[in-house]
Design a protein around this ligand. Structure first.
Ligand code: 5AD
Ligand code: SF4
Length: 423
């Protein structure tokens, strides 16, 4: 039988899909893609914003039209949040039992009856373990699930449940396995990654300390970390490790104290500023990227201008801009002072344009320098890779993927540094 796995949303979903893919292959399925007639389509959905909902629904409808007789499986956050919607799905799996997909498919093909596994969030970490990450040079490892922060705009705590962590030894074994398969770079992912360990009597710093000792691991990346979780202990590990990359993604969400408070964020701008100073004291050239939501209820033009000013002041390398999206069931969805869609779009455009300027400014600092690049792919005679601080680098010629090379940077063009190999 042929199965296709399609993933929307975050790196946690990407990891989970990779696990599902490996289980399908182990069980004898051949793997197809979204344009092929398959027997099974597995859509790993997302519901972080309304746009994510629309995309999830579109894909479900598209595969159903492509093969009306196929088994359509929808997994994850969109399904968990739309339990009662009338969707044309054969197997509904929310955020519990994604790891049991093969058993659920067997059950479906035996009984030919729809299956629903939603509203069953677990208290324990649902273990998945991958030993490969196909077609990628960088493997994601999920170490944690769930979030209990309840930021007022966010649906995630309702669909992902409580914080739960993968056992530390299991993470270490998974990373060791991937490294032994040739992966040089590992990205730690989670829903609230920095909160790792709260439920199993350890913490994120301990996890980092254990991982950086793994022989053969060249780069360790943290997909995203809350500013409050960059504790002195975590910063000490970062300071002393050459393996932890020169890049941190720290969601700011708003550059105004008034909005941060309405968002129920756990810090203010002073705290954020102090923490960035501490980080830059130990890693002067580090790239710091951020998520920012624009058009949150009651955000005035003045508040937004403060966000622009503070983004410049914090010298982010790149900003992931999210126009605020009302999520039913969250505190912010019932706030007065909702912002018109045209204003949200306009603010998103302005912040994105600032992000491009900041990115260029940061990247240009490296022109004339030599950087170590992990090459990932070659397209039309141009090899592409990333530096430790996650700058995209292009050089002419065919360089084997998954190899490190020193590159002398000559210029910055569009979104990439252009250079030549410096043997
Ligand atoms: N509207 C817009 N953006 C959101 N995010 C989370 N919830 C919402 C929402 N309701 C953004 C946050 C988070 C990122 C993953 O998605 O910036 O960091
Ligand atoms: Fe959502 Fe906030 Fe949790 Fe991030 S920390 S998942 S934004 S509730």
């Amino acid at each position: 039988m042929k199965a296709c796995v399609y993933t929307l949303g975050c790196k946690v979903n990407t990891y989970e899909s990779e696990y599902i893919l490996s289980k399908l292959i182990d069980s004898g399925y051949t793997i197809g893609n979204l344009d092929e007639i398959c027997d099974v389509y597995i859509i790993n959905t997302c519901t972080i914003t309304n746009t994510a909902d629309i995309k999830s629904k579109k894909i479900i409808n598209r595969v159903r039209r492509l093969n009306p007789n196929s088994c359509v499986v929808a997994l994850g956050c969109f399904v968990e949040d739309h339990k009662d919607d009338d969707l044309d799905i054969d197997i509904y799996v929310g955020n519990k039992d994604k790891s049991k997909i093969i058993e659920l498919l067997d059950c479906y093909f035996t009984n030919k009856e729809p299956i629903r596994r939603v509203g069953l969030l677990k208290d324990k970490f649902e273990n998945m373990f991958i030993t490969d990450f196909k077609n990628r040079c960088r493997a994601f490892v999920k170490v944690q699930d769930g979030c209990e922060n309840f930021c007022s705009y966010c649906i995630i705590p309702y669909v992902r449940g409580k914080c739960r962590s993968k056992e530390l030894n299991t993470v270490v074994n998974e990373v060791k396995t991937l490294v032994s398969k040739g992966f040089n770079e590992i990205v730690l992912t989670g829903i609230h990654t920095g909160n790792y360990g709260v439920d199993i009597n350890t913490n994120f710093a301990n996890l980092l300390k254990a991982l950086i000792k793994i022989k053969g691991l060249k780069r360790l990346r943290i997909s995203s970390i809350e500013v409050t979780e960059l504790t002195n202990e975590v910063l000490d590990v970062i300071k002393d490790s050459e393996i932890i990359v020169d890049h941190l993604h720290i969601p700011l969400q708003a550059g105004s104290d008034k909005i941060l408070k309405l968002m129920n964020r756990k810090y203010d701008l002073n705290y954020f500023n102090d923490k960035l100073n501490k980080i830059r004291a130990i890693r002067p050239n580090i790239s710091i990227t951020a998520d920012i939501i624009v058009g949150f209820p009651n955000e005035t033009e003045e508040d937004f201008k403060e966000t622009l000013e503070n983004s410049k002041h914090f010298a982010f390398t790149k900003i992931h801009v999210f126009p605020y999206s009302i999520r039913k069931g969250t505190v912010a969805s019932t706030m007065t002072g909702q912002i018109e869609s045209s204003i949200k779009k306009e603010r998103a455009r302005r912040l994105l344009s600032l992000s491009k300027e900041l990115e260029k400014e940061y990247a240009n600092k490296f022109v004339g320098k030599t950087l170590e690049v992990l090459f990932e792919e070659t397209k039309d005679g141009i090899s592409i890779g990333h530096t430790s601080n996650y700058l995209k680098v292009k050089v002419k010629g065919n360089i084997n993927s998954n190899t490190f090379k020193n590159v002398k940077i000559n210029s910055y063009l569009l979104d990439s540094l252009i250079g030549e190999i410096n043997e």
